[in-house]
Design a protein around this ligand. Structure first.
Ligand code: SR1
Ligand code: MG
Length: 403
């Protein structure tokens, strides 16, 4: 066992050489550090002789996006590898295979997905993924149902919860998503041109009430094992395949947080399409594709979740009580809509932004995309507790965009 230290590329190759079942003797190994996320080192190691390759992901003891002044637990690497293994059992084929995990180096070695692209990048380039709604709704239904009190032994769930106590990563979410955007926090980051929008968030009491309620649920509602950071940068994709990665924020929380994360990031893509003004039909077609994907995700998720409940429900009363299932799914939709809004707003005024909006080259177009994202996010948060159908989310996006 090696003592923890951040690896360099030469050391990563040395570790890879010990993986005899992947790299045969005589392998010509090349290594590149390719991590472009906020927190970790990611090494891509390939054998130019056999073509075999792997990914090595190492947690750093601080948040890379800020620097060493923001220490961060290495235990998140254990949580990530355990969550990936669990998700792989519940949703086979929808996460990368984990080959090994070394706690001393906070190092996970896993399947290389270089034949896929990061979905955020794919969407920026106008990619369409017709199987995505089916794949992600299966991932969500399977991973959420079977780790909830509806689908697993309720005593085992209480014990399993211990493995996913993730206070430092949850604190990041509690602060960066559910608190800082609603006050003049040092971590906030936004263009001066939209200062009026940021300041409006800081004094919107009705909005803050809804965010406080959603935050309370994030703090207290251990409904199911979440991925915890399920944005389009946490998904590798091709038109045929979807792989969910990076569950280092995993913990037992409200299911709607994961579903809302996906929808929010499809909507930041929707809002970013503003700079395609010159080609309005193409822009509108892409936006229509995104909205139909969102509706499909919810509709397919709900159908799959209900079917799992009918076939595998473990809670007698939850299955027998008239109206309980409908009420549960209505509350889940409402949470999903609320968390969607929260996850949109944080991407405009909070610390961590999204490339589809930040990379809009034209300043005026970027500002319009930022304002649209905030307007949709606020409308969805204000809608959340009154929502009865996914179509209200879609209608809200359309009316807000048109106004
Ligand atoms: C300090 S970490 C900032 C963000 O990156 C992660 O992907 C999470 O979304 C987190 O909020
Ligand atoms: Mg991540």
């Amino acid at each position: 066992m090696s003592a923890y230290h951040p690896l360099n590329e030469t050391e990563a190759i040395e570790i890879a050489r010990t993986m005899k079942n992947v790299f045969p003797a005589g392998a010509e190994l090349n290594c590149r550090e390719i991590g472009d996320g906020n927190l970790n080192l990611v090494f891509h190691i390939s054998d130019s002789v056999s073509g075999s390759s792997i990914i090595m992901k190492q947690a750093l003891p601080y948040a890379k996006v800020v620097g060493e002044s923001w220490p961060l637990t290495l235990d998140r690497a254990r949580i990530e590898s355990e969550a990936l293994i669990q998700e792989g059992k519940l949703a086979p084929g929808l996460v990368p295979n984990v080959y090994s995990y070394d706690p001393s180096l906070a190092l996970t070695i896993m399947e290389d997905l270089s034949d896929h692209v990061i979905m955020r990048r794919g969407l920026i380039e106008g990619g369409r993924y017709p199987l995505f709604a089916g794949h992600i709704s299966t991932f969500l239904a399977q991973s959420l149902f079977f780790t909830s009190d509806l689908g697993m032994n309720q005593q085992d769930k209480k014990i399993r919860l211990r493995d996913f106590i993730n206070p430092e990563l949850c604190k990041i979410t509690e602060d960066l998503i559910f608190d800082h955007p609603y006050t003049d926090a040092d971590t906030n980051s936004f263009d001066e041109a939209i200062r009026d929008e940021a300041e409006a968030l800081w004094s919107d009491g009705a909005l803050q009430l809804e965010v406080a309620l959603l935050r309370e649920k994030f703090l207290t509602h251990a409904q199911a094992l979440l991925h915890g950071d399920l944005h389009t940068g946490s998904i590798f994709i091709t038109p045929e395949s979807t792989k969910v990665i990076d569950p280092e924020f995993a913990y037992f929380g409200p299911m709607g947080f994961d579903i809302g994360a996906i929808i929010a990031n499809l909507l930041t893509s929707f809002a970013s399409r503003i700079h395609w003004d010159a080609d309005e039909p193409a822009r509108e077609a892409f936006r229509a594709y995104l909205l139909s994907t969102i509706a499909e995700i919810w509709t397919q998720f709900e159908a799959k979740f209900r079917a799992l409940w009918d076939q595998h429900g473990v809670d007698r009363l939850a299955s027998a009580a008239p109206g309980y299932k409908d009420d549960y799914l209505r509350r889940l939709l409402q949470d999903t809509i609320g968390y969607t809004g929260c996850k949109m707003i944080r991407r405009i005024v909070g610390l961590a932004h999204v490339a589809e909006i930040d990379s809009i080259p034209d300043t005026a177009a970027r500002e319009r995309a930022q304002r649209l994202t905030l307007a949709i996010g606020k409308s969805l948060i204000k809608l959340n507790r009154n929502a009865q159908s996914i179509h209200q989310l879609i209608d809200t996006v359309k009316t807000t965009t048109a106004s």
